[in-house]
Design a protein around this ligand. Structure first.
Ligand code: ADP
Length: 537
């Protein structure tokens, strides 16, 4: 809006007469106009109400409110202000508020007042001080200048909020951050913080030192994981391990930036905001130790095997020399007798002596066969040709053969269930013959040997029982080892190989063998064979 030159001249003239500036004259005129247009009572009521509202607002505030002149003298304070400093209004008004502030901050306060003089608009500043309990407090002040009509600063109004707790909390946070930062930067462990999008947000010093990659360089790569894990299989495992974020450590070989593979172990932690932390350690040293331990264990195992082999060889030599010497001596004696007086021997005695020689030769042959079977078994060359046949009938046939070889010096009884079995008849024949011949060998003449066949679920149980010398309880466990012979068997011929071969044949059929025995009362050897071995059924 523009006023006419005429009106402008009139105003200037009137102002000169009243000794006022044009602006001051206009203010007076406006006031008069407002007064004239409102009834006096109504105006004072409106003023009273708005003052009451403002007062109420100021007093109900928990914030500190004050007004002071540019030379820091308080002209208004609210209840919260009085309460905070523990002083009454009377003690505060008309005094400089500098008495309430740290002396160290007086200069800053004065400088702020100078600023307000230049520019009265509000600004936020935090000043420290002590409250009535002498406790350090921090107040955030928002202040602004109140100017007169000429724009000169009359007062400053300031609203303060006690931010001590906030500042203390921030301080604690900073302290914690410093502790964490120190740990992150000095600990010899790799630490990385991943965003929920999988991008790197932070890596510590050790990470950079070991892997050679910083955050920005890694984020600039299109497929960082394939650089870390060039092997796709390892990469897949690493990715799923990271995604699972399960507790515990897992070893991975990681490629460094310079292309050097290093052995590391990793743990992952998922944060509540979807981010995650990867923690890694270089374990080259540990792995090297593990390798050394493994190597030492392997060496020890080989050494033990070597020792066992030596022992087996020694036992073998002593067994062979012992078991061959007896029949050879017998053969030599008979041959000596025969060659010296051949013409004088009556035919029946001649036949008897030759029979004795054949018996000893037979014993040597059996021994040789056992050694051959044993070494075949050791080399894993036992042949296996399973067939289907009736088990009880088969056992009866074997017993019949044994009976005639035993020349009926024992009673052999066969009983049990008849049924089909699928197994190698040659191997089964050897199993039965061996167990029955042992039962006969370790029993006195006239004692009973029983062979019982039972069908149980998917298995056949063949039990060979005798009433012989039995086995000492503490020697039962070792009987299935090569050349093992019980202490009470020394006066009976034997090699200690029979049961080893039997056990091996039984296991070839996925079966088991065990023995129950009481010394001087007898033994029962039980063979359990599946009706049909799993892989051939
Ligand atoms: P051996 O040729 O010595 O009989 P085996 O391997 O057949 O060899 O048996 C090993 C050892 O088990 C025997 O030396 C003997 O001590 C013991 N043994 C085997 N069968 C019987 C049995 N029926 N009664 C007592 N002891 C037995």
């Amino acid at each position: 809006m523009k006023i006419s030159n005429e009106l402008a001249q009139q105003l200037r003239k009137q102002a000169e007469q009243d000794g006022l500036t044009v602006e001051e004259l206009l203010t007076v005129l406006l006031k008069d106009y407002a007064a004239a247009s409102k009834p006096a009572a109504e105006e004072s009521e409106a003023l009273r109400l708005s003052e009451a509202r403002l007062q109420g607002l100021l007093e109900s505030e928990i914030d500190l409110v004050c007004r002071y002149t540019p030379d820091t003298i308080l002209t208004f304070v609210n209840d919260a202000y009085c309460k905070h400093f523990g002083l009454t209004r009377a003690e505060l008004l008309g005094k400089s508020f500098l008495m309430l502030a740290d002396e160290a901050q007086h200069a800053a306060i004065r400088q702020r007042i100078e600023e307000v003089k230049q520019d009265p608009s509000s600004r936020v500043r935090v000043f420290g001080g002590v409250d009535l309990h002498d406790e350090q407090t921090w107040i955030q002040w928002i202040d602004y200048g109140i100017t007169d009509t000429k724009g000169s600063l009359i007062e400053i109004q300031a609203v303060g909020r006690n931010v001590t707790e906030l500042i203390n909390a921030q301080y604690d946070l900073l302290q914690q951050q410093e502790v964490l930062q120190t740990i992150f930067d000095s600990i010899p462990i790799m630490i990385a913080l991943f965003g929920s999008d999988g991008r790197f947000e932070y890596v510590n010093q050790h990470w950079v030192e070991v892997l050679g990659w910083g955050v920005d360089e890694m984020n600039a790569q299109t497929d960082m994981l394939s650089l870390f894990y060039p092997d796709p299989e390892v990469r897949r495992t690493a990715i799923s391990y990271m995604a699972a974020a399960e507790p515990g450590w897992r070893d991975f070989e990681v490629m460094t930036r310079s292309g050097k593979p290093i052995e590391t172990t990793w743990a992952n932690v998922r944060l509540s905001d979807g981010r995650s932390i990867g923690i890694g350690q270089v374990i080259t040293h540990r792995k090297e130790l593990e390798r050394q331990i493994l190597y030492a264990e392997q060496l020890e195992l080989e050494l033990r095997k070597e020792q066992e082999l030596m022992e087996v060889k020694e036992r073998f030599i002593s067994m062979v020399s012992h078991e061959y010497r007896t029949p050879l001596t017998v053969i030599n004696i008979y041959l000596d007798l025969l060659t010296r007086n051949l013409a004088h021997w009556p035919p029946n005695e001649l036949l008897d002596k030759l029979g004795k020689i054949r018996q000893q030769a037979e014993r040597m042959k059996v021994l040789l066969e056992d050694i051959l079977r044993f070494s075949k078994g050791r080399a894993g060359k036992t042949e296996f040709y399973p067939q289907t046949f009736l088990l009880l009938s088969f056992c009866k046939d074997v017993v019949e053969e044994m009976r005639s070889a035993d020349q009926d010096s024992h009673q052999i009884v066969v009983s049990g269930d008849e049924g089909i079995i699928y197994c190698d008849p040659k191997l089964l024949q050897h199993i039965l013959a061996n167990l029955i011949s042992n039962a006969l060998k370790y029993s006195a003449a006239g004692e009973i040997v029983t062979v019982n066949v039972r069908h149980q679920n998917e298995y056949w149980h063949i039990a060979v029982k005798d009433q012989g010398i039995g086995i000492p309880a503490d020697e039962i466990d070792t009987l299935f080892e090569p050349f093992a012979r019980a202490s009470n068997a020394q006066h009976h011929p034997g090699t200690g190989l029979g049961l080893v071969i039997v056990k091996e044949y039984v296991e070839q059929h996925q079966g088991q063998i065990w023995v129950e025995s009481v010394e001087n009362e007898g033994s029962t050897f039980v063979v359990e064979l599946p009706v049909a071995p799993a892989e051939v059924s």
